[in-house]
Design a protein around this ligand. Structure first.
Ligand SMILES: *Cc1c(COP(=O)(O)O)cnc(C)c1O
Length: 396
């Protein structure tokens, strides 16, 4: 292999061409910049242009890009060791498991994978194992829980299958409490929900609805799985979104903000909902490097940070009031209305602000927690300006 690749600087056009020629086209045409680096709550592209970051790598870079403690933690861990097998005890992993389990509640245990999808796979396998014959899982219409599942079906060894037949779980969708009740049968073992649908359009579930789901699950011995991959680790102004709802889920899943950009996912379950030896595993999952990153992130999410997130949230809600924003904390969406949400995203990119789409026609904001009110204001000025411009041009 050519060592020169390490020292060659590609132009934006070359990066784009190599992507087109050699990367599977799952992301289609990307937004038209190549990211070079991050600083504080700014992103720089390969031409040196600066952007205010209002999307945090999709709810991932919660501490922004210049956190000294985070960088030092990673450097120190690299100097020691990045990866070793979980066949051995790992101090960082034990620490993280304890901190995270205790943060969720009494009597929980963790498993670590490398992504949100893996955290959910773990949750689903766990529910299937626990519920025996009751293999159906109800999920909300419009939900998003990841892109894998089937890796188990592909594994050609009986012993890995036996607790989890049939291999592909049956998911049944619902939107209301009555529909949930109607669709629950003797085969139903779990209900899996996002408390605020992120990809689905920033749709917070009503408190009453969630409490009804929780009650129904308890009464019928269904496991309540809460997917907090986007909402967890402070994003909504509490450590976990379920704390807004006064429920204690049987299983919650985390990823995104947990590693501040280092890949890690966690499945946290009540201890009696348990695997046996050999039921599950991961080569990379929970390695020292990823756990060190997550330990650092968790050490930063304290009362002050959460209060600060709420204040910034209130500020955004006030400033965007005319657009009827919804969401919680620093996960906020509003309808693009008469214009297309992707056009708002593209225009914002041109004007140096990174934002996201979600759902049918939602504009989604997910700024890093360390963003300043000044930077937020600048970004919001730009967003409002774009909305006004686009609306005017559609009226003509
Ligand atoms: C992003 C996301 C996932 C998938 O996480 P990956 O790390 O992309 O696998 C699952 N559930 C929710 C709610 C998400 O926002």
């Amino acid at each position: 292999m050519d060592e020169n690749i390490l020292n060659t600087k590609l132009s934006y056009e070359e990066i784009k061409q190599d992507d087109k020629d050699y990367f599977m086209p799952v992301f289609g045409d990307r937004l038209p910049i190549a990211v070079e680096k991050g600083e504080d709550y700014y992103i720089y592209d390969s031409n040196g242009k600066k952007y205010i970051d209002m999307m945090s790598g999709i709810a991932t870079n919660c501490l922004g890009y210049s956190d000294k403690g985070f960088k030092q933690t990673l450097k120190d861990q690299i100097d020691k060791i990045c990866h070793c097998s979980s066949l051995y005890y790992i101090e960082q992993q034990s620490k993280l498991a304890k901190t995270l389990s205790q943060a969720v509640g009494e009597n929980y245990k963790c498993f670590f994978g490398n992504s949100g999808a893996e955290a959910n796979e773990c949750a689903i396998k766990l529910a299937k194992k626990y519920q025996g014959d009751k293999q159906h899982i109800l999920t909300l219409r419009n939900s998003f829980h990841g892109r894998t599942l089937g890796t188990l079906a592909a594994t050609g060894q009986e012993k890995f299958h036996k607790s989890f037949m049939p291999l592909c779980p049956t998911f049944i969708q619902f939107s209301t409490i009555d529909e949930l009740k109607a669709k629950t049968t003797e085969h139903t073992g779990a209900v899996m929900i996002e408390l605020i649908q992120g990809e689905g359009g920033v749709n917070p579930l009503e408190k009453n609805f969630v409490n009804q789901i929780d009650k129904f699950c308890k009464k019928n011995n269904l496991l309540l799985i809460v997917d907090e991959i986007q909402t967890g680790i402070g994003r909504t102004g509490k450590m976990f979104a379920f704390e807004h709802y006064n429920i204690s889920p049987d299983i919650i899943t985390l990823a995104k903000s947990l590693g501040n950009g280092i890949p890690i996912g966690a499945c946290v379950a009540k201890s009696h909902i348990a695997f046996d030896k050999g039921d599950h595993g991961s080569t990379f999952g929970g390695n020292p490097f990823a756990c060190a990153a997550a330990n650092f992130v968790l050490s930063q999410i304290d009362h002050y940070m959460l209060k600060n997130i709420k204040e910034k949230s209130d500020h955004i809600f006030k400033r965007l009031a005319a657009y009827s924003p919804r969401g919680m904390g620093l996960l906020i969406g509003f309808n693009a209305g008469g214009v297309k949400n992707i056009d708002v995203v593209k225009k914002a990119l041109e004007k140096g602000v990174l934002i996201l789409t979600a759902g049918f026609n939602t504009v989604r904001l997910l700024p890093p927690y360390n963003i300043t009110i000044e930077a937020l204001d600048k970004a919001i000025d730009t967003i409002i300006e774009i909305m006004e411009e686009l609306n005017e041009s559609t009226e003509l």
